[in-house]
Design a protein around this ligand. Structure first.
Ligand code: CDP
Ligand code: MG
Length: 245
């Protein structure tokens, strides 16, 4: 679909990397000199539960899911410092960006990374036991410092989940956009075309949206089935708004 040299992937520098001052090291490992990839977009995000849930939706039923959400939200590494609870989200672009970035990042499990790919970024991660309320170990969480999209479908979904089209320079956008011609407001997990107190404006006439996001908003407004959830559209408009969450 996308020309190979224009492939894009989403990278998240996770809270454990920030906590351990590995951001500079990671950015250096991912530099164009080493990877041949360029920045297409970058932002600092205070991650809401909604964004974390949408990002890791495929893991909803797993034993580590709740712990994973808290991890991505920075609640585990900065429990008493909300202002430090953030991730750095970056879109990288270039030839073979998705597979190439997964390679630099290394295997999901830091122990396997240390064995199989000692120089990879995730080889510097940790494996942490997850306990229940009684202190019983019920599983493990992999604090592996960095996320990178696993395949082209995930890359498109994740880039659209974290970034608005206008976060990316027009000449570097690889997914189609569309101009909105109405207002869409969000409140209590529903979408409206008129404002009520407490609702948040997702889009106004003239705004540039991912074409699939606009389609989802229009379908959800009409009560029809949509290709993905309203939450996946709204999440990026709801981060960094207030000190809540
Ligand atoms: O991140 P990646 O695509 O390599 O792995 P995943 O299987 O999609 O899992 C997503 C994230 O969940 C991982 O990066 C880990 O941080 C976490 N995870 C975990 O805590 N425990 C596991 N057994 C598997 C994954
Ligand atoms: Mg994955």
């Amino acid at each position: 679909m996308v020309r190979e040299e224009l492939e894009q992937t989403l990278v998240l520098i996770k809270p454990d990397a920030l906590k351990n001052s590995l951001t500079g090291y990671i950015l250096s490992q991912l530099s164009e000199f080493h990877t041949g990839l360029r920045f297409a977009g970058a932002k600092v995000v205070h991650v809401t539960r909604l964004l974390a849930e949408e990002h890791y939706a495929e893991h909803r039923a797993k034993v580590f899911f709740e712990s994973l959400l808290e991890y991505l939200q920075g609640k585990l590494h900065y429990p008493d410092e909300p202002h430090k609870q953030r991730v750095i989200a970056i879109v990288y672009q270039g030839r073979n960006a998705i597979a190439g970035m997964r390679d630099v990042v290394g295997p999901t499990n830091p122990h396997q990374a240390r064995d199989a790919r000692p120089g990879s970024i995730r080889a510097l991660g940790t494996v942490v036991p997850i306990t229940d309320e009684g202190g019983e170990v019920i599983g493990t969480r992999l604090d592996n410092l960095i996320h990178a999209s696993a395949n082209p479908a995930d890359a498109e979904r994740e880039i659209k989940l974290w970034f608005k089209p206008t976060d990316i320079p027009p000449s570097m956008r690889i997914f189609p956009t569309a101009a909105c011609d109405t207002h869409f407001y969000y409140r209590d997990q529903r979408v409206y075309t008129t404002y009520t107190t407490g609702s948040i404006c997702l889009a106004a006439p003239g705004d540039v949206l991912w074409d699939t996001d606009l389609e989802v908003l229009e379908l959800v407004c009409r009560g029809a089935d949509a290709p993905y959830s309203l939450g996946a559209v709204a999440a990026k408009y709801l981060t960094n708004l207030t000190e809540e969450e």
